[in-house]
Write a protein that binds this ligand. Sequence first.
Ligand SMILES: Nc1ncnc2c1ncn2[C@@H]1O[C@H](COP(=O)(O)OP(=O)(O)OP(=O)(O)O)[C@@H](O)[C@H]1O
Length: 331
Amino acid sequence: MGQIELKGVTKRFGDVEVIPPLDLMIDEGEFVVFVGPSGCGKSTLLRLIAGLEDVSGGHIEIDGADATDLPPAKRSLAMVFQSYALYPHMSVRKNIAFPLKMAKIDPAVAKEKVENAARVLNLGDYLERRPGQLSGGQRQRVAIGRAIVREPAAFLFDEPLSNLDAALRVNMRLEISELHQKLKTTMVYVTHDQVEAMTMADKIVVLRAGHIEQVGSPLELYRSPRNLFVAGFIGSPKMNFIEGAEAAKHDAHTIGIRPEHTLVSATEGRWKGKVTVSEHLGSDTFLHVETEHGLINVRGDGEVSLHAGDTAYLSPDESQLHRFDAQGMAI
Ligand SMILES: Nc1ncnc2c1ncn2[C@@H]1O[C@H](COP(=O)(O)OP(=O)(O)OP(=O)(O)O)[C@@H](O)[C@H]1O
């Protein structure tokens, strides 16, 4: 249950093609994250899978059956939005039970399903409260609970954490990952936050302008980005890129080196530069260093004692260099 396949799916809004023909396989039980910059078509793709938008061409198969023309309610998928869309006048219990009531499920069975979902989501103590008496994270869990009771073939999440503050986002991220481990149901998750993508996904789909730039596990994308776009998008802080003579030495148009793969020293190293910004976080130190090859971001350990204005020497770890041709493709 929960295998979703897109075959040559396209989407046009009027004359504008926002999704050119796209093929994608989402395997049963996988946690797949769509990631990419604003406007790249992540939400549109999710809405096409949900049936909230009609495809302009191609087919969508769910568990091997053509679902292209099925209405959303017939796709056995449950969508969780960033706005929780809870009923304010209903208790948590009634909110979670709502889809079961609509489906005219036997009340005793419904009660058990609601209580099971509440247990999985640690909402047991809040069942009689109303949404207004809950925190943002708890409301988000109620919205997920309402999806769980339907026992869908897959969950579809559209930026579910973007309304939460930073600390809560980290918590909910862990909770959704845990939920996936407990339920083992397919999850398709849209975010523009590559940290969410890296930490939650079995498989990341990097999108740009409706195209798939690369599909792979988080570490595949981190270690072997196919092109400059993916290299610059995955990883935080971003990979540094250097063009010109320094890149030509490596038989490349552009070389890339991640901040964590650059050794920093106050006394010696390959590239000399001046620290323009230093951030000492205790565990890590982030430096911006202006060099003859442009601004290079470096991530060192907590012992790095350089500050803005200091001279720094940088030495890239040669084994971690990425090389790209003039078209931006990895060599
Ligand atoms: N109903 C619509 N009519 C016309 N154009 C639309 C419609 N919905 C989306 N678009 C366009 O389709 C493109 C993809 O939008 P989409 O919302 O899927 O992007 P996204 O990657 O989810 O972006 P964000 O991260 O900003 O939410 C955008 O250029 C957007 O303007």
